[in-house]
Design a protein around this ligand. Structure first.
Ligand SMILES: C[S@@+](CC[C@H](N)C(=O)[O-])C[C@H]1O[C@@H](n2cnc3c(N)ncnc32)[C@H](O)[C@@H]1O
Length: 336
């Protein structure tokens, strides 16, 4: 069995919207060579553009996401046999099992003791054997471990908290990544998009930030902790590590200011922005910090704007159309 890039439970991932993105760009005759995906999440949008032989800049504030980009998309060298051998060893042997940070910290909450012991032991073994692997081999195995840990977690799909019922022993099984080759090697970053934007130039800038108060650093803290392996102390009922520098300003009251700044600094011919307003306001955390009208106002200062919904109805006069759309794409042809 092999894994594909999109086989993650990642909130707001645009895998199902790739043809929507493609249709808008094709029908609008947008010609571009370099794409910057600066809130890249899973990397599915980036991967889609790499498959179209585009040059790519990919970025996300989370280190765990960078692990996936390095593994799937970097184009660096790796030896498939070496990777398979180590993955087989982790799946079949128990020689390397030992008490570890992960089992001591997360047993009987997010994972059963046995699963946490195995996840942490693999992570520890991988770190100790880092020197014998190329950078990409290391990231491929780490990515495979992150997929395995994500798949069996005792959660609803993200790690904001664990389920009340005790975790089952699911078994940890690492799968090979179904890696493809692309024409160009991308530039890969882990930065605040508003800082990165000052140093990059693209033809097409794809913007897909979080729009509500729910922080991705909270959703995926376990994967981030496991990926970084700094073994930090964790706090509170939900066992989160300190993660201040990973918190997104797009999930705060300054979201609108952030987007204004980002757009004004963008050095690009086109901006394509995804907007989602499907969350019902069950809690204030789910209410979008930036409205459709805010976005329209911000983008019209940069160029001419068209708005599309998934039925490819487009609206270019703004204001009156902003009701109950699920997913929108804003396309801005930049004049400044
Ligand atoms: C809606 S998700 C993107 C989903 C992505 N397009 C996909 O298809 O998987 C938003 C992403 O922005 C990242 N993020 C939030 N604030 C950021 C910032 N200031 N700079 C860079 N990335 C940020 C989050 O970690 C999250 O992965």
């Amino acid at each position: 069995m092999t894994i594909n890039l999109q086989n993650r439970r990642y909130i707001g991932n645009k895998f199902k919207l790739l043809s929507f993105i493609d249709n808008v760009l094709k029908k609008e005759n947008i010609s571009f060579e370099t794409v910057a995906d600066i809130f890249a999440g899973t990397g599915v949008v980036s991967c889609f553009f790499l498959e179209q032989r585009k040059k790519l800049i990919i970025n996300d504030i989370l280190f765990s996401n960078q692990v996936f980009y390095q593994a799937w998309l970097s184009g660096d060298d790796y030896n498939d046999n070496k990777v398979s051998k180590l993955i087989n060893y982790y799946n079949k042997s128990s020689d390397y099992l030992q008490d570890n940070y992960f089992s001591e910290t997360f047993s009987n909450t997010y994972y059963s003791f046995e699963d946490a012991l195995k996840i942490g032991s693999i992570r520890e073994h991988l770190e100790k054997n880092k020197e014998s692997l190329t950078k990409r081999e290391y990231f491929i195995i780490l990515a495979s471990l992150l997929y395995a840990a994500d798949k069996i977690a005792n959660t609803v799909g993200h790690f904001e908290s664990f389920l009340k019922s005790p975790p089952k022993e699911n078994g940890v099984f690492l799968e090979a990544l179904n890696i493809k080759n692309y024409k160009y090697k991308p530039e890969i970053y882990q930065q605040n998009a508003n800082l990165l934007i000052k140093n990059i130039k693209s033809d097409l800038l794809y913007i897909d930030p979080p729009y509500n108060a729910r922080q991705y650093a909270n959703f995926y803290h376990i994967l981030e902790n496991l990926a970084e392996w700094n073994k930090p102390p964790v706090f509170g009922k939900t066992l989160k590590m300190p993660r201040k520098e990973k918190m997104s300003l797009y999930s705060t009251a300054s979201a609108k200011k952030q987007l204004q700044e980002l757009v004004s600094l963008a050095n690009t011919k086109y901006i394509l922005l995804s907007y989602n307003n499907t969350y019902t306001a069950e809690s204030t955390a789910s209410i979008n910090k930036i409205s459709e009208m805010d976005i329209y106002d911000i983008l019209t200062k940069k160029g001419s704007v068209k708005i599309f919904d998934t039925q490819y109805r487009f609206f270019n006069t703004g204001k009156t159309y902003f009701t109950n759309h699920k997913e929108l794409l804003y396309l801005c042809s930049c004049t400044s």
